[in-house]
Design a binder for this molecule. Structure first.
Ligand SMILES: NC(=O)C1=CN([C@@H]2O[C@H](COP(=O)(O)OP(=O)(O)OC[C@H]3O[C@@H](n4cnc5c(N)ncnc54)[C@H](OP(=O)(O)O)[C@@H]3O)[C@@H](O)[C@H]2O)C=CC1
Ligand SMILES: O=C(O)C1=N[C@H](C(=O)O)C[C@H](O)C1
Length: 256
């Protein structure tokens, strides 16, 4: 039985993880980290703690859906008490991404901005389309619920990296994330990533390739947040016996 520590347990995805793990063979929740207290009941056998060291000691692997600053604290503590880490938190800054890489030198870490199979495949399709559709303008649009804090979404940023890689471009040089005013004509290499927010949209990503006379749009829509919790559980099961290293969702799904 793999004992799972849930980090971000009171959040939208964290709550689903706890529910989904109840019906997962070979895995169960053993510890949850909370800042204050849980606003729902949980099996009394589960260790509920606001002490990171106690939390890590109470589990075999960790699944994290929290916020960047929380994920940062987790990574700092995990280096002292290594555990396989499935990280789903988005909006990580350069420092936090570096901490993640450092952590992966001493424990297995799977980092995925989107845990769904569909988006994992979409990244491959985008790479291929970007490479093949020479001269087509690439524009990415993401839509999420009104509560989402980071923008553009982690998924949209990963998709933009796949698109840039297909053309051997440096995404940091070509990404545009807003247009307003007299900005002039679009340049050929730019890759736009635009964010829309509203209602309860779980997650929608469209990568468009636009040319004179034709365009193609690749779209993925998550209709249930369980897609992410279940995807993270699948990733955790896969990661549990791996050696230290940084892994992607494509590694887990064998899409490479
Ligand atoms: N990779 C993927 O497939 C997906 C990634 N995500 C990402 O996962 C993250 C969480 O999303 P979601 O569940 O919607 O967010 P929520 O805001 O619903 O949950 C955030 C969780 O993080 C906890 N938290 C916040 N700050 C801290 C802190 N300083 N220390 C400890 N815990 C903290 C919150 O606890 P408290 O209740 O105490 O505030 C809460 O449990 C986001 O980054 C989102 O973009 C979301 C869906 C899919
Ligand atoms: O915050 C969310 O909800 C989601 N976040 C992830 C992201 O930033 O890409 C994944 C998913 O789209 C839902």
């Amino acid at each position: 039985m793999i004992k799972v520590g849930v980090f971000g347990a009171s959040g939208r995805v964290g709550k689903l993880l706890i529910e989904d793990l109840k019906s997962t063979q070979g895995m169960s929740v053993s510890s949850v980290y909370v800042r204050n207290s849980l606003d729902f009941t949980i099996d009394p056998s589960v260790l509920v703690t606001s002490d990171m060291h106690t939390f890590l000691n109470g589990c075999d692997i960790v699944i994290d859906f929290s916020l960047p600053e929380a994920c940062e604290s987790l990574l700092e503590e995990a280096v002292k008490t290594p555990r396989p880490l499935v990280i789903g938190t988005t909006g990580l800054n350069t420092h936090q991404l570096n901490l993640l890489k450092q952590a992966s030198e001493v424990m297995p870490v799977l980092y995925a901005t989107n845990m769904s199979l569909g988006v994992a495949l979409l990244n491959k399709l985008v790479y291929q389309a970007s490479k093949t559709l020479e001269g087509f303008d690439i524009e990415i649009v993401e839509m999420h619920h009104r509560h989402k804090k980071d923008a553009p979404s982690g998924t949209a940023l990963t998709l933009s990296e796949s698109a840039a890689a297909g053309r051997n471009l440096d995404i940091d040089k070509v990404r545009v994330s807003g247009r307003d005013g007299n900005i002039g004509e679009r340049s050929s290499d730019e890759i736009a990533v635009m964010a829309l927010r509203g209602g309860d949209i779980v997650g929608r990503h469209t990568v468009g390739f636009y040319n004179d006379g034709e365009f193609i749009e690749l779209n993925h829509t998550a209709t249930s947040r369980n897609t992410f919790s279940k995807g993270a559980i699948r990733a955790g099961k896969w990661l549990a016996d791996k050696e230290a290293g940084l892994y992607s969702i494509s590694d887990c799904l064998e899409l490479n």
